[in-house]
Design a protein around this ligand. Structure first.
Ligand code: SAH
Ligand code: SF4
Ligand code: F3S
Length: 452
């Protein structure tokens, strides 16, 4: 019988892409993926440490696997991702039933590590960051998968050191991938049926700036735009401090670029933004938003906001609410501030008591939910281009795709439509998705993300 592995992924798209690579690598060595940890010979967790809650979840999950190890001594349990990077050897010390720990730069070594553990019955640790000579390993190609929409990593790491954030500590220094490699991979993906790509990095706006001779992010978008077969382009995440006018203009210039931008603001108070080391002011952020809306009136913005950063006063918080009202984000991911050991904000005094943090958080959520609902309900009756990605999870013959604004929409239709862009009329809006109906049997006329 072939060996079986179980893999669970936490955290952001970076981990999702790393997990895709893990699946590719293990399948190449003869492993088959299973959905139940009880059936597996190898259990892997790809972990996230961005907030304390995420990190705690990892320990909770690992605890669940301990009895399986007691029952089957040959079972291999491994931990990868950002908690693995951060904790390293400590994980092996704390959790005797864990066999292997691999960091964010060491995914490609996994098959070798698994072999080492199973053949030598030894424990294995790989958490060193790669250096210049080996860093091409940070950008695995997308293997053999063929989907309708695919992530493509264009950068790794982060140099911004926002004072609250663990990511630069667990993902290493910012590295941009060679633009020719990116375009080549996207052309390969298009040949395999991929119609939409999402370019990924912690701060794609600074793409290429640190690599001598490399093109800018806006130029990269233009080159990706020329790849035959690619119908939609998205990217994430954008740092407001590096959002250039050249990039903003792309929203008018490039029809295949989806009219959605995730532009995390984190706070609406200059004092807090400075303490966060974000590198922009409220006025600069609002000026960018204004320019975006002028260049592309249909654009919808989404954001991340942290509530209860150390020293945040009621006035600072009110400024964030006021900024959110002004921008009118379609969606905001609100996070309670979480202190991360090793970050500079962890040294700050004036922690906001948990109850006050929660009270602000609830107020913000209620306000945003109202704004979001107004925006999404205004879509009712509109016909939008939807790239059909697959059969809906709800079953019952429904298909799903996303609108240009990155919102999931479910509707009835034949499976033959998967991979096509079709006109869908919005008939209901929910908190996180929409319901639609096919507006015509014909595909959406080519010409990109044009909305009627
Ligand atoms: N590189 C991206 C995303 C980083 S992590 C960016 O710069 O936007 C995703 C989000 O998690 C961040 O935008 C931030 O809002 C949130 N976050 C990061 N560290 C946090 C912390 N210590 N406490 C609470 N939220 C945090
Ligand atoms: Fe974290 Fe800031 Fe880098 Fe985003 S830009 S990953 S928030 S340090
Ligand atoms: Fe989490 Fe690591 Fe992403 S900390 S948010 S999985 S980069």
């Amino acid at each position: 019988m072939r060996s079986q592995f179980y893999l669970e992924t936490f955290g952001c798209q970076m981990n999702v892409v790393d997990s895709e690579q893990i699946v590719d690598l293990l399948e190449k060595t003869g492993y088959v993926r299973v959905d139940a940890p009880e059936a597996a010979d190898l259990i892997l967790l790809n972990t996230c440490s961005v907030r304390e809650k995420a990190e705690r979840k990892v320990y909770g999950h690992l605890g669940r696997f301990k009895p399986l190890k007691t029952a089957n001594a040959r079972l291999i349990i491994g931990v990868g991702g950002c908690v693995a990077q951060q904790e390293g050897e400590r994980l092996l010390e704390k959790l005797p039933f864990v066999d292997l720990v691999f960091g964010t730069h060491n995914v490609h070594k996994l098959p070798e590590m698994v072999r080492c553990v199973s053949e030598r019955q030894d424990r294995c640790l790989e958490v060193d960051f790669l250096d210049d000579g080996t860093r091409q390993n940070l950008f695995p190609t997308s293997g053999s998968r063929s989907k309708v929409a695919s992530f493509v990593t264009i950068m790794q790491g982060c140099d911004n050191f926002c004072s609250y954030c663990i990511v630069p500590h667990v993902r290493g220094r910012e590295v941009s991938r060679d633009s020719r490699e990116i375009v080549k991979e996207i052309a390969d993906l298009a040949n395999r049926g991929v119609r939409e790509v999402t370019l990924l990095g912690q701060n794609v706006n600074s793409y290429g700036l640190k690599e001598p001779g490399e093109i800018s992010f806006a130029e990269l978008l233009r080159r990706v735009h020329q790849v035959p077969g690619i119908e939609r382009i998205r990217f994430t995440t954008s740092h407001p401090k590096d959002l250039s006018d050249e990039l903003i203009d792309c929203f008018a210039e490039l029809p295949k670029l989806c009219k959605h931008l995730h532009l995390p603001v984190q706070s609406g108070s200059d004092r807090i933004l400075a303490l966060m080391n974000r590198g922009y002011t409220r006025a600069k952020y609002l000026a960018s938003v204004e320019r975006l809306k002028a260049v592309c009136p249909e654009i919808r913005l989404t954001s991340d906001v942290i509530v209860g950063f150390p020293g945040e006063t009621e006035d600072d918080f009110a400024q964030t609410l006021e900024l959110m009202e002004r921008v009118r984000y379609a969606d905001v991911y609100t996070f309670l501030y979480s202190k991360r050991t090793g970050t500079s904000a962890a040294e700050l005094a004036d922690e906001i008591p948990a109850a006050a943090r929660q009270e602000r958080f609830d107020r913000m959520l209620a306000m945003q939910q109202e704004i979001g609902l107004q925006i999404w309900e205004a879509d009712l009756g509109r016909v939008l281009p939807v790239l059909v990605e697959g059969e809906s999870r709800q079953g019952d013959g429904q298909l799903f795709g996303r609108t240009t604004w990155n919102r999931i929409i479910n509707f009835s239709g034949a499976a033959a439509l998967i991979g096509q862009t079709v006109p869908v009329r919005v008939i209901r809006s929910f908190k996180n998705s929409q319901l639609g109906e096919l507006a015509s049997a014909d595909p959406w006329p080519k010409g990109g993300e044009v909305i009627v």
